[in-house]
Design a protein around this ligand. Structure first.
Ligand SMILES: Cc1cc2nc3c(=O)[nH]c(=O)nc-3n(C[C@H](O)[C@H](O)[C@H](O)COP(=O)(O)OP(=O)(O)OC[C@H]3O[C@@H](n4cnc5c(N)ncnc54)[C@H](O)[C@@H]3O)c2cc1C
Length: 288
């Protein structure tokens, strides 16, 4: 299959890219790594009038730490995140999750901004952004605004960004070095999209849990935080019984659908199993 005809623009600056996006009034698409957009264009699932290629805007690719936040430019490749010492030190949950994204050639092209904007319900990065309570900076003709993870993912392949807005930066609070964390995922083959995945972060000491964060992927139209499971752990602590109860709450909170890969019931079952595993492993990390 080949894509339908489209105009092609390769702006050299962010302002020019934002200007072009506004000019096409929702009929253009930004081209980042192209790992999701180009297959969709080849299958004619999307037929944009124009592509605005961000690959010649160098100012959009960086990883920095500032005031307790890690800032990642939208065009930063997955591979750069995977090998960043700063990410390994400040966001070890992201360092673990990024390795589960597809395969090396896809990670070499795919970008952080592209993955979040694409909002695949089975993708790892939206789940990580939810668990770490991150946010994105979005730029449009009216200027820049910040969208929190909780407000970004609106449904299957849908975000709350307007047609003329683009993600310019991803901001994630650095994790405390005392946190326990884990990502557990079930996929048919290594590198496939998750059939179900859970990211967990725990803080506390002994049986006490001062902070629990859990987020899902693959088990609903969008990645979500599993707030009831978090609250249970913060109230009841980190004993085995509390972890088992939290895993059940996680399974109750998701709304998976059946498809050719797995039934909704199986995905719910996986949610409980993976949440249990992630919490046990995060607790082990927390206890050193
Ligand atoms: C075989 C295969 C397996 C994969 N497996 C996984 C996996 O296991 N886990 C996973 O998470 N992903 C997986 N992916 C997807 C991959 O991670 C992509 O990199 C990602 O989905 C999109 O990133 P991209 O940079 O390629 O974006 P593109 O494909 O270029 O763009 C995707 C969408 O986002 C929009 N967009 C891009 N950048 C911005 C921006 N800055 N602001 C606003 N909108 C923007 C585009 O217009 C487009 O609509 C897989 C892809 C393939 C082909």
């Amino acid at each position: 299959m080949k894509p339908a005809k489209f105009d092609y623009h390769a702006p050299a600056t962010l302002d020019a890219a934002v200007g072009l996006l506004a000019q096409y009034k929702g009929e253009a698409r930004l081209l980042a790594g192209g790992q999701s957009l180009l297959p969709m264009m080849n299958f004619r699932i999307v037929t944009p009038a124009a592509l605005i290629d961000l690959n010649r805007v160098p100012a959009l690719a960086y990883i920095r730490a500032e005031n307790g936040m890690v800032r990642i430019g939208a065009m930063t490749r997955h591979r750069a995140v995977e090998f960043s010492p700063l990410i390994k030190e400040r966001l070890p949950l992201l360092a673990e999750a990024i390795k589960l994204v597809a395969h090396l050639p896809i990670r070499s092209r795919g970008t952080v901004g592209g993955s979040l904007a694409h909002a695949d319900p089975a993708a790892e990065l939206p789940m990580v952004l939810q668990a770490l309570e991150g946010e994105v900076a979005a730029r449009g003709p009216k200027g820049e605004r910040v969208v929190k993870a909780a407000d970004l993912f609106a449904g299957m392949l849908t975000t709350s960004l307007a047609d003329d807005e683009m993600i310019v930066e991803v901001r994630i609070p650095a994790m405390t070095s005392r946190a326990g964390f884990a990502v557990e995922e079930f996929a048919r083959r290594r590198g496939d999209f998750a059939i179900a995945a859970i990211a967990a972060i725990l803080e506390g000491s002994g049986e006490r849990c001062t902070k629990a964060r859990l987020a899902s992927a693959g088990v609903g139209p969008a990645s979500i935080r599993l707030a009831a499971a978090e609250a249970l752990l913060e109230r009841d602590g980190l004993g085995d019984a509390a972890i088992e109860a939290a895993a059940s709450k996680a399974a109750d909170a998701v709304s998976p659908q059946s498809d050719l890969q797995a039934s909704a019931e199986y995905r719910r079952h996986l949610t409980r199993v993976l949440a249990g595993r992630a919490l046990h492993r995060a607790r082990a990390v927390l206890r050193g």
